[in-house]
Design a protein around this ligand. Sequence first.
Ligand SMILES: NC(=O)C1=CN([C@@H]2O[C@H](COP(=O)(O)OP(=O)(O)OC[C@H]3O[C@@H](n4cnc5c(N)ncnc54)[C@H](O)[C@@H]3O)[C@@H](O)[C@H]2O)[C@@H](O)CC1
Ligand SMILES: [K+]
Length: 213
Amino acid sequence: MKQEAITAEQMRHYDSYTINTIGIPSLVLMERAALAVRDEILNAFPLNLDHVVVVAGSGNNGGDGLDVARLLHIAGVRVTILNVGNPDHASAEHQVQDKICQYYQIPQTRDRTILNRASLVVDAMFGIGIDRPVKGNYADAITAINNCPAVVIAVDMPSGINTDTGEVMGVAVKATATVTFAFNKVGLTTGDGKDYAGRIVIADDMGTYATDN
Ligand SMILES: NC(=O)C1=CN([C@@H]2O[C@H](COP(=O)(O)OP(=O)(O)OC[C@H]3O[C@@H](n4cnc5c(N)ncnc54)[C@H](O)[C@@H]3O)[C@@H](O)[C@H]2O)[C@@H](O)CC1
Ligand SMILES: [K+]
């Protein structure tokens, strides 16, 4: 098992190997990722659970966020989902998670002012898929997260941090803690990313992602 931090391309390779060669479905990996984030929130932040706001993009990082929203809802936590992504571009896994959240009638909004009423924010806008500077609605959401008084848990990467360099891509989420999956990421160990990540938790690092080298 690799101990060193890896790049986005390496992580995509391991995801693809685990899904396509080993045969562990993508949604299983997503569920394991979300369970780890849920556990970190429930175990490390028990005094910040009055109202959790999950800020979700439309890719698989957002899918992780919707999965976390459902797991917290089932655990009895009040959760609201703040959607910032484009639903027309939702990934297949995101669409599955969205359907499940609708079944559970978890409140969803696009109104950023909900962040002023959050005790804990889950940042699930962008993970390793970020590939360009953050602008517009996404940048406004990140600024709103940074200006709200809540504890912030980043899913995989603080949104806006370059996975390979730790560079802030315009604006980035300042997290209290970051739960990253399978391996540490270079961008969490260097540059601004190190400060923006807060405490780093490496989840699901015990072999689900068997590697081919
Ligand atoms: N099966 C998998 O591939 C798994 C993925 N996981 C999660 O999925 C994440 C990666 O998901 P995705 O590849 O969907 O990517 P992201 O969810 O990180 O990003 C979504 C999409 O946003 C777009 N984007 C990039 N930069 C942007 C910008 N500045 N402004 C606007 N849009 C921008 C890109 O088209 C990108 O594909 C991981 O970080 C992890 O959280 C986990 O659920 C584990 C399993
Ligand atoms: K994130």
